[in-house]
Ligand binder design. Structure first.
Ligand code: MRU
Length: 380
């Protein structure tokens, strides 16, 4: 994506240095554009935990590079010592954020690649490097395809409206900043805008960390997509008054039964959409699928973050960023970071392989290699 006319991804290897990974430190956006160097697996774990990088796809890609940095530093006294260190580093990375399943997926993919590489330590490190690059490239390419599939939904809506502006509501940031490039919820929007279809995005601010107000508004602005930031409680009102044609969100964990976990507040948007007959789509690459869990509400681990994020807010004042208090000091505050939207509230899943109903039958029809043999096969 372009930032002030220059092409960026959210993560890349430093030029001419195979020991340093570079990221955009998203804590500083939209006020400052800061690039950070990550040189060790501990740097990577901190960057994920403290949300220098965030968003399911980017968390996965960063973990992929983290495992490569771990392989570079792993002791080479013996094969056992090398693998034990990598497994411990994988556990360290997995413990940083519990809800986004891409993290575990990327660590497992790296360990498989390293374990199955026949050869010396150099060969294993090289396999890990290639795997990290593959995870990142695949993420960008899958998001591009999601854009092409999701574009058809926006095109249809535009046609039904006789070319009038299509109003799309999104929550949090499932944009290119949450992935390696393009984003998921935003990819169809960018594709439609680039094709000359008139679109306008309602951007939920997304308390407490304001990913919508800070990040989605920034990246839509960089791409020239018309948008309006709203506080989190406005969506229902807009839907009641016909001002939302579609909702498109991302997801941090998608069960093969169709339930999704996404940023806190997504469930309420889905309820409003259902009540008002507004189509509610969730966009995701297959790295976000969890193929083991069946029931989102009872099974998906929901991250709880520091209460300070609720009690305070960061912003710009006279050119300097500062943190202000919103509540009486030390007021008890709960900070649930995600909620679960049940499949019954979702109109469809937009994946890199196409759009499907949010149901076990239809997800497995798109991903037949994940069948275990006993599941129903009657996707309409
Ligand atoms: O806490 P974050 O900023 O990592 O949460 C991100 C979201 O919830 C996004 O909506 C989600 O990742 C979907 S897009 C990957």
């Amino acid at each position: 994506m372009n930032v002030d006319g220059k092409q960026y991804r959210t993560i890349w290897m430093k030029e001419n240095d195979r020991r340093v990974v570079q990221i955009i430190d998203q804590r500083h956006l939209p006020f400052d554009f800061v690039i950070e160097d990550l040189s060790t697996v501990d740097d990577v774990a901190r960057a994920i935990k403290e949300m220098h990088v965030r968003g399911a796809g980017l968390i996965g890609a960063t973990a992929g590079y983290g495992m490569y940095l771990a392989a570079l530093d792993a002791p080479q006294a013996s094969e056992e010592a090398f693998l034990a260190a990598l497994k411990a580093d994988g556990e360290k990375l997995k413990s940083t954020r519990p809800t986004a399943v891409n993290l575990e997926w990327a660590v497992t993919r790296q360990l498989d690649a390293i374990l199955t590489t026949v050869g010396d330590f150099e060969a294993k490190v090289q396999a890990s490097f290639i795997t990290a690059q593959e995870i990142a490239n695949e993420d960008a390419e899958f998001c591009r395809r999601i854009g092409q599939h999701g574009l058809t939904i926006i095109e249809d809506t535009s046609q039904k409206k006789g070319g009038a502006t299509v109003n799309i509501l999104t929550h949090c940031n499932a944009g290119w900043l949450a992935f390696v490039d393009h984003g998921t919820a935003t990819a169809p929007i960018y594709a439609a805008h680039d094709k000359g279809i008139s679109v306008h995005v309602w951007v939920d601010e997304t308390r407490p960390r304001n990913q919508g107000a800070r990040l989605t508004a920034w990246e839509l602005g960089q791409h020239g997509v018309p948008h309006t930031v709203i506080v989190d409680n406005v969506g229902g009102h807009l839907m009641q008054h016909g001002q939302v044609d579609l909702v498109i969100t991302g997801t941090d964990r998608t069960l093969y039964t169709g339930d999704v976990a996404n940023k806190i507040g997504t469930y309420l948007k889905a309820l409003s959409a259902k009540d008002n007959g507004v189509p509610f789509y969730v966009a995701l690459p297959s790295s976000t699928f969890d193929w083991r869990m069946r029931d989102g509400v009872s099974e998906i681990p929901i991250e709880q973050r520091d209460a300070r994020e609720v009690r305070t807010m960061r912003g710009l004042h006279n050119g300097n960023t500062l943190e202000i208090s919103l509540t009486p000091p030390d007021t008890p505050a709960a900070n649930y970071a995600f909620d679960v939207t049940p499949a019954r509230l979702i109109t469809g899943l937009i994946t890199e392989r196409g759009i499907c109903e949010a149901s076990e039958e239809c997800v497995l029809a798109l991903y037949p290699e994940k069948r275990t043999g006993t599941q129903p096969q009657n996707c309409p």
